[in-house]
Design a protein around this ligand. Structure first.
Ligand SMILES: NC(=O)c1ccc[n+]([C@@H]2O[C@H](COP(=O)([O-])OP(=O)(O)OC[C@H]3O[C@@H](n4cnc5c(N)ncnc54)[C@H](O)[C@@H]3O)[C@@H](O)[C@H]2O)c1
Length: 733
């Protein structure tokens, strides 16, 4: 059917008639039209919510307002803008996509809404999107359909098409309009990675037309729209840069660029993420062709992706993250303590990172160590991280100076009396830590929270040396602190809900993802990783090459294989943690003897240039001298890649099921959050236990039984997973 206003209006009318009246009413409150002279302003202000999103009801409402603007002969230009403090439009309604994917509604309807933006693009009067804050997915697609885009210069302004992160592609014209606007290579970069750009970068790329100070956005955008109202000038795609012209004109140019992009995606994702591959395919098929044809290709690909397990799992992870954002960490109603001044004990790898994180978020930090040179190193480490942010234009140099000025060093407890929180990150030694806690207890205000970053020691035991054990908690960051999102918030036997809730709230303010975990050896993440890393050493001794093992686990979806991970963590550190776990849980956690040999041989990992691998100028290389330490057997013919994956992953699932059984976490999903955000566990599998559900407990138990007979009791299935196998229960019931 031809795309005309009447045809489309009729279609939308039928669509609107099927929508729930309350949704229509919310959309009417959320999107409003204001007429200022010759300019019609469509305001986005999602009713009673923090973020504007493009639900079906909002899209229909938007279309109706577009028609109202067109019907008013006095309105000669359109301005689209948001009333929210730091969000333009956060994207499509993911809840709706989830419902559509489950098949309960027609996916056709979602794609019909694609035409709303076509309609916007083809309006007779010019349109401007004025963007401040996050413009994501559908929000960016709306802006791309406008004739012009003006953005604020605020660092809060972030423009992107992050659909691939949910296993999807932009479905409302993003794969068509962005390449037309900024060219093939730049749009592939944005679409395939889901990364965002700020206003200044967006201007440089040609994605937006003007950047203005945030406080003048409305004023400037109105002036711009008024100019356009007079000129009536619609967008004209300027002449393409020479490179784009060449790509477009030489036979196979587009194919070549897309092929290169595909190779890069395959290298990064091992083909585990279908969405970027589908995006390349859509762009390859449609680039340079008619937009209507391209939109159809895009819509078809979107609908196919929506029902893939990868997309559904990534959306599951999105909701896990949303759950964390809402979770206060405790059931009790508490007022989280405000943390403005904090202390860090120990200025080593972790202490330096923690101080940097705090200072970057506006918290004043006192970093205490026993040596001045350690403090200097911690200070340097913090500065290096800030410097990188400045180099990448993620931070202004003046903000870096201010942040560094928030960090003070000391070798005594001067000034600790006034701190709201202290995080102890000294060496992993119980006696040293106990002494530190005794001192802190006497030196700090009784209302202050005392946290430890210990990886393996008992929070309850550390708290026992203080007069106020209720204010002692674990705040377990992961290395490197600036990159790893997870924080395990550990509650000891006497930790108060106020202390736990405050650390949960503070972790979120730091931009981290906290999960609340009961005090138990290894907490959750290291405990689950323990048997995995031990098994990697068993496999090496059975003749599996480290590169082969790492390759199969990367193919499974881990960000790095277990051998590379052992080197990153440090074999001495892994061995120590393993020792603690062995002490607590016995034989199943015993690390193979070869592990001790590796440590004795000072093959401590990347930090010393030699571990499982050898490191030359930061590059990882296979090292044959490892064979002398491990004296591996000939790899058995039945030790296939598939068996390697199952041995490694099922051991983690088995341990995770024990953590569930022992109620170390309040909900199953916390384990998946922990593994994804603490170890990078394959997010497209939805998390460790979601993956267990996909495989099925009966299959896992059957394999574990076989492995136990063949390789030893460490594979014996846990009580809970056996029960699940018999009752066909799932972790996510
Ligand atoms: N490195 C990791 O990957 C990692 C990850 C999570 C948690 N942790 C935990 O964080 C803590 C610190 O680990 P790290 O890797 O930063 O160690 P590190 O060896 O790099 O740093 C420890 C620092 O503590 C200082 N120190 C020792 N005794 C002290 C005392 N009495 N008072 C003040 N400072 C003292 C040392 O001088 C050193 O600068 C440990 O408990 C460790 O288990 C480490």
């Amino acid at each position: 059917m031809e795309f005309t206003r009447d045809n489309f209006q009729n279609e939308i009318k039928t669509f609107r008639a099927q929508m729930k009246p309350d949704l229509v009413s919310i959309a009417e409150k959320s999107l409003t039209l204001e007429k200022r002279g010759a300019v019609g302003i469509i305001w986005f202000d999602q009713h009673e919510e923090k973020a504007n999103k493009l639900s079906s009801a909002n899209m229909v409402r938007f279309f109706e307002l577009l028609c109202q603007v067109e019907d008013d002969a006095n309105l000669k230009a359109l301005l689209v803008i948001s009333k929210k403090a730091s969000i333009f439009i956060a994207g499509a309604d993911i809840g709706e996509i989830r419902t559509l994917a489950s098949g309960s509604t027609s996916s056709d309807s979602l794609m019909k809404l694609q035409s709303v933006f076509t309609y916007l693009e083809r309006m007779k009067i010019p349109s401007v999107a004025a963007i401040h804050g996050a413009s994501m997915g559908g929000g960016t697609e709306l802006a791309l359909a406008c004739d012009y885009r003006m953005v604020s210069d605020s660092p809060q302004t972030k423009i992107g098409l992050p659909e691939v992160l949910l296993g999807l592609i932009p479905g409302w014209g993003g794969t068509q309009r962005m390449p037309r606007l900024i060219g093939l290579e730049k749009s592939l970069d944005l679409i395939l990675t889901g990364k965002t750009v700020d206003g200044i970068r967006a201007k440089k790329m040609g994605l937006v037309d003007k950047v203005v100070p945030q406080e003048y956005l409305l004023e400037k955008a109105l002036a711009y729209a008024n100019e356009l109202a007079v000129s009536g000038k619609k967008r004209q795609f300027g002449s393409r840069p020479l490179k784009e012209k060449v790509i477009g004109s030489i036979p196979g140019g587009v194919w070549f660029v897309c092929d290169q992009a595909k190779k890069q995606v395959m290298q990064k994702t091992h083909g585990n993420f279908p969405a970027p591959l589908a995006a390349i395919d859509v762009i390859r098929k449609s680039y340079g062709g008619s937009i209507d044809e391209g939109l159809k290709i895009e819509a078809d690909a979107f609908i196919k992706l929506m029902v893939t397990p990868e997309s559904q799992n990534l959306i599951h992870v999105f909701y896990l993250n949303e759950g964390v954002k809402k979770d206060k960490g405790v059931q009790e109603k508490i007022t989280p303590k405000e943390i403005k001044h904090a202390g860090v004990i120990g200025a080593g790898v972790m202490g330096g990172g923690i101080a940097q994180l705090f200072a970057g978020k506006g918290v004043r930090v006192r970093m205490k160590d026993i040596h001045w040179d350690a403090i200097a190193k911690g200070y340097e480490a913090a500065q290096k991280i800030f410097k990188k942010l400045v180099d990448r234009r993620r931070m202004k140099p003046s903000d870096m100076d201010n942040a560094m000025a928030r960090i003070e060093g000391s070798t005594d407890f001067a000034g600790f009396r006034h701190l709201d929180l202290v995080v102890e990150a000294a060496v992993e030694n119980l006696e040293i830590k106990k002494n530190i806690f005794k001192e802190l207890d006497s030196k700090m205000d009784p209302g202050a929270i005392l946290a430890t970053n210990t990886s393996s020691l008992s929070v309850t035991e550390l708290a026992s040396v203080t007069k106020h054990p209720e204010r002692v908690v674990g705040m377990h960051f992961f290395n490197p602190v600036d990159k790893m999102p997870l924080v395990e918030v550990i509650y000891g036997e006497k930790s108060s809900p106020e202390a736990i809730g405050s650390i949960v709230s503070f972790s979120k303010a730091l931009g981290k993802t906290p999960i609340v975990v009961k005090d138990a050896p290894g907490f959750v993440v290291n405990r689950i990783l323990g048997p995995y890393l031990n098994e990697a050493v068993h496999l090496l001794m059975e003749g599996v090459r480290p590169t082969d093992m790492d390759r199969v686990m990367e193919k499974f979806g881990m960000p790095m294989g277990p051998c590379a991970l052992l080197d990153e963590v440090g074999l001495d550190v892994a061995s120590k943690v393993s020792h603690v776990l062995y002490g607590a849980f016995g034989e199943r956690m015993k690390s193979p003897e070869a592990m001790a040999a590796v440590v004795t041989e000072k093959r401590l990992g990347k930090k010393v240039g030699l571990g499982i691998y050898r490191y030359e100028k930061g590059e990882r290389k296979e090292d044959l001298s490892l064979l002398e330490v491990f004296k591996p057997k000939q790899r058995a013919s039945d030790l296939t890649d598939e068996v390697i994956v199952r041995r490694l992953v099922y051991l983690m699932i088995n341990e995770a099921s024990r953590c569930v059984e022992e109620k170390l976490v309040r909900q199953v999903s916390d384990i998946d959050v922990g593994m994804i955000f603490g170890t990078g566990f394959a997010p497209f599998r939805g998390g460790l236990l979601k993956y267990a559900d996909t495989v099925g407990a009966e299959v896992i138990v059957s394999d574990l039984d076989i492995f136990a007979r063949k390789y030893g009791d460490r594979f014996k299935p846990s009580k809970l997973i056996q029960e699940y196998s018999v009752n066909r229960t799932k972790f996510y019931s």
